[in-house]
Design a protein around this ligand. Structure first.
Ligand code: CTP
Length: 404
């Protein structure tokens, strides 16, 4: 999956012949899963029409500060457009637009949006070879890079002037590949390996029955997706679930029983930087599994249960440098019980769910959690989607690695 999947890209087009290639560029961004909005300088409309770009991007295209023809909505808000973007791409970036952006000459909507942007900005310059080599152009490149922007080098080849040399805008495929590689190299969890347990476990009673629980696996899968999107390699050890993931950096290890989950966790644990136990592991399993289906003979029926191994606790015992996160589901004395679990299982962080909180728990799309770290610092979060809780957990992990 592309790192651009789900990203909001603001594409700025300035007035050069390479503007005709931005139709392909928009298509490639969309194909990578990005949302695209386009700002055109007035001059660029001589090279490609706003209609083409709005059709391909499935969004209105902006090119002036206000719409003369629209009585109701006159103002095109450059600040809003800039803050909407996760990534801004100026392609083609002409010598004129580069110069304006270097100096903050704010005479069109694109430059105004650029000056308001807080996201990474990429420039794909396009101009004739002598313009590309001119000291004022290289000076502008240096300044733009000093401002924190990234230049996608122009390519060599035949130019619109008929001359041949460096200055052609990078091909759309190469622009996309450049941005993907650059974003991937800057992901905060790049190079980190994370083990995650998810879902329920099933403990067989006989060949057709089992003891299970209502865990959907969603919380663990959301954490896995979020971790992979931040660049981590993820080993997702999950009990039976209907949840799906899309990021190819996730390796699913399907298990059924608590024992299988225990074995799988220990197979991978020594090699990981982080382990997160989000599974709802059965605490007890039938002491004996009947080899044949049990018949209903007696009025009462008793199953003798034996304790399963506490996987998280065993990871805490074996812990070296791993950052270890557990979940706690409590119904009373939540904070005190969670603190005891941190100590008992040698955790770095516990994510506490209280069943007393509405909207939290099994089978719900939302969760309300409290973080408690090993120094007992407490952070109570509001009710939010499980995706948002996953992002908060990953944020904690990123901060942990930033601090060491
Ligand atoms: N856990 C585990 N292996 C088990 C039981 C639990 O890895 N056999 C993990 C869960 O994934 C969770 C944490 O331990 O991250 C807390 O589980 P919970 O059931 O709330 O607590 P327990 O320690 O089992 O204690 P109790 O059920 O008595 O509250």
């Amino acid at each position: 999956m592309s790192v651009l999947n789900g990203k909001k890209i603001l594409l700025g087009i300035s007035g050069g012949i390479a503007a005709y290639k931005t139709a392909s560029l928009v298509r490639l961004f969309i194909k990578a899963g990005a949302h695209v909005q386009v700002i055109m300088t007035p001059a660029s409309k001589d090279f490609i029409t706003p209609l083409t770009l709005s059709t391909l991007s499935k969004n209105p295209v902006f090119s002036s500060f206000y719409n003369k023809d629209d009585e109701n909505e006159k103002w095109n808000n450059h600040v809003e457009l800039a803050l909407w973007a996760d990534v801004m791409v100026i392609a083609p970036a002409t010598a004129n637009t580069l110069s304006k952006m270097t100096n903050g000459t704010c005479d069109n909507l694109l430059v105004a949006a650029y000056l308001s942007a807080k996201c990474p900005v990429y420039f794909a310059p396009a101009m004739d070879l002598d313009m590309y080599k001119h000291p004022s152009t290289t000076w502008n490149f240096d300044l733009l890079m000093q401002y924190g922007n990234t230049i996608i080098p122009a390519e060599s080849g035949e130019l619109a002037s008929g001359l041949s040399g460096e200055g052609r805008m990078a091909e759309p495929e190469n622009i996309v590949a450049f941005i993907e590689a650059d974003l991937n190299s800057k992901l905060p969890l790049k190079g980190k390996k994370i083990l995650i347990t998810a879902g329920p476990t099933y403990e067989a009673i006989d060949p057709v029955r089992f003891i299970g629980n209502h865990s959907s696996g969603k919380m663990g899968f959301d954490i896995a997706e979020c971790a992979a999107n931040l660049g981590a390699t993820v080993i997702l050890i999950s009990g039976p679930t209907h949840c799906k993931f899309i990021n190819s950096k996730i390796r699913l290890v399907p298990v059924v029983t608590a024992h299988e989950m225990y074995v799988a966790c220990h197979d991978y644990y020594s090699d990981v930087d982080v382990a997160i136990a989000a599974a709802a592991v059965a605490d007890y399993k039938p002491k004996h599994i009947a080899s044949q289906k049990i018949k209903k003979v007696d009025d009462n029926f008793t199953i003798e249960l034996a304790k399963t191994k506490d996987i998280l606790k065993s990871l805490g015992v074996k812990k070296k440098n791993q950052y270890l996160i557990g979940f706690a589901l409590e119904t009373e004395n939540e904070i005190e019980n969670a603190k005891l679990k941190i100590q008992k299982k040698n955790l770095d962080l516990i994510v506490l769910n209280s069943l007393r909180d509405e909207g939290a728990g099994f089978g719900k799309p939302t969760n309300k959690v409290t973080f408690i770290d090993k120094d007992f610092a407490i952070e109570a979060l509001s009710l939010k989607s499980k995706e948002a809780v996953a992002a908060d957990i990953l944020n904690k992990i990123v901060k942990h690695f930033d601090s060491i």
